[in-house]
Design a protein around this ligand. Structure first.
Ligand code: KG4
Length: 332
C-alpha cells in the first residue's frame, strides 16, 4: 500500500511517501528562520507559511518517491493536536486531495506518530512499551499496547519540557528553537553548578511540572547578572540536567509500576544527547530495554504520520471527510 503522509501541526510543513512501512521519500520545510526573530512561533505566520509550502512539499515528496498521485492508496494527515490554523492548512488540503482524487483519508493523532516513530528505524521494539513523548507542546507518558492502542499514564500540568527549553533559551538571549541552543551550550558546562528544583509532585504521580523550574532559572539569572557575568554553559547544563533527571526518573517509575520491560522516547526533545545518555544509563541499571528514534525522526516529520496512519487505517478504516481538526489529543 502506498501512503502519502502530510504534517502541518506546528511550524514544519512535511510530506512523505511510504510503501507500507518502508520510507520512499520524507521531506520537510522548516519555518525556524521566520519565527527566530520573534523568539517563538507566531501562529498567524505559521499558517500563512504552510499555505505557500503545502502543495510544493507534497509534489516534492511524490517526485522523490518516483510515484504519481494516482498510485497513492491512502492519504494520512495530522488532525491534531497542534496550532489550529496550521492544522487546518494541512488537513483541509488533504481532505480536498482525497475528495478530488478519490483516495481514502485517515486523520492521524500527531502523538501516535511520535509514539510509533521508533518503527521507522531498522530494529524496532516489541509491544508493550512505555513511551515518553516530549516536545514543544507535549510531555506525556503512554503505555503503548499495540500500533493503535495507547494509554495515557501521565502528562505535564503546565509547560511542556520543550517549551521550558525554548523559554529558558529566550531569557538567556539564545535564538529559537531553544532546545538545540541550550544543549549546545551545555556541552562545556557543569551540570552541578546550580541544583535547580525538580518537581516530583506526589510519590504516586507520573505527571510533570516545569513552570517552577523555568521561574527558578529566571530568578537565578536575574540575581547573578547583577553581580557577575553569567556562566552560560553552566546554567544551560544545570537546567538541562534538572529536566532530564525528572523525565528519566518518572518514565522508569512508569515502566516499573506497570511491569513493562521496554522504554521508548520520541518528540523533538528526544533528540537531546544528554537525555538519551541518561535514559540509556538508567534503563540499563534497571534492566530495561531502551529505544530512541534516529535523530531525524525525533522532530516533526510526515513519515511517522504516514506510518501511524497506515496502522490506524488497517485497524479501523478511513476518516469521514466531515471530521475536523482538534487542538488537544484524544489519545489515552
Ligand atoms: O516535536 P517537535 O519538532 O515539535 C513539536 O513541538 O511538536 O519539537 C520541537 C521542540 C522545541 O521545543 C525544541 O526546542 C525542542 O523540541 N528540541 C530540543 C532539541 N531539539 C529540539 N530540546 C532539547 N534538546 C534538543 N537537542
Amino acid at each position: 500500500m502506498l501512503i502519502l503522509g502530510i504534517e502541518s501541526s506546528c511550524d514544519d510543513t512535511a510530506a512523505a511517501v511510504l510503501d507500507d512501512t518502508v520510507i520512499l521519500a520524507n521531506v520537510l520545510t522548516s519555518q525556524d528562520g521566520i519565527h527566530t526573530k520573534f523568539g517563538g512561533i507566531v501562529p498567524e505566520l505559521a499558517s500563512r507559511t504552510h499555505m505557500k509550502a503545502i502543495h510544493p512539499i507534497v509534489e516534492n515528496a511524490l517526485d522523490k518517491a518516483g510515484v504519481q498521485l494516482s498510485q497513492i492508496d491512502l492519504i494520512a494527515a495530522t488532525r491534531g493536536p497542534g496550532l489550529i490554523g496550521s492544522l487546518l492548512v494541512g488537513y483541509s488540503y488533504s481532505k480536498a486531495l482525497s475528495y478530488v482524487s478519490n483516495i481514502p483519508l485517515i486523520g492521524v493523532d500527531h502523538l501516535a506518530g511520535h509514539i510509533l516513530s521508533v518503527f521507522l528505524d531498522k530494529a524496532p521494539p516489541c509491544f508493550p512499551y512505555i513511551a515518553l513523548i516530549v516536545s514543544g507542546g507535549t510531555t506525556s507518558i503512554f503505555l503503548a499496547e499495540s500500533y493503535t492502542s495507547f494509554k495515557l499514564l501521565g502528562r505535564t500540568r503546565d509547560d511542556a519540557a520543550g517549551e521550558a527549553f525554548d523559554k529558558v533559551a529566550k531569557l538567556l538571549d539564545l535564538p529559537y528553537p531553544g532546545g538545540p541552543q541550550i544543549a549546545g551550550n551545555a556541552e562545556d558546562g557543569d551540570p552541578q553548578y546550580v541544583h535547580f528544583p525538580r518537581a516530583w509532585l506526589d510519590d504516586s504521580s507520573l505527571d510533570f511540572s516545569f513552570s517552577g523550574l523555568k521561574t527558578a532559572v529566571l530568578n537565578h539569572v536575574h540575581q547573578q547578572r547583577q553581580h557577575s557575568e553569567l556562566p552560560l554553559g553552566d546554567i544551560c547544563a544545570s537546567f538541562q540536567e534538572a529536566v532530564v533527571d525528572v523525565l528519566s526518573e518518572k518514565t522508569i517509575a512508569a515502566a516499573k509500576r506497570h511491569n513493562i520491560d521496554t522504554v521508548v522516547i520520541g518528540g523533538g526533545v528526544s533528540a537531546n544527547r544528554r537525555l538519551r545518555e541518561v535514559f540509556y544509563e538508567r534503563c540499563a541499571a534497571n534492566r530495561l530495554s531502551f529505544y530512541a528514534p534516529n535523530q531525524r525522526y525525533c522532530t516533526d516529520n510526515a513519515a511517522m504520520i504516514a506510518l501511524a496512519g497506515y496502522h490506524a487505517f488497517t485497524h479501523s478504516g478511513p476518516t469521514s471527510l466531515d471530521e475536523d481538526v482538534f487542538s488537544r489529543s484524544n489519545l489515552g
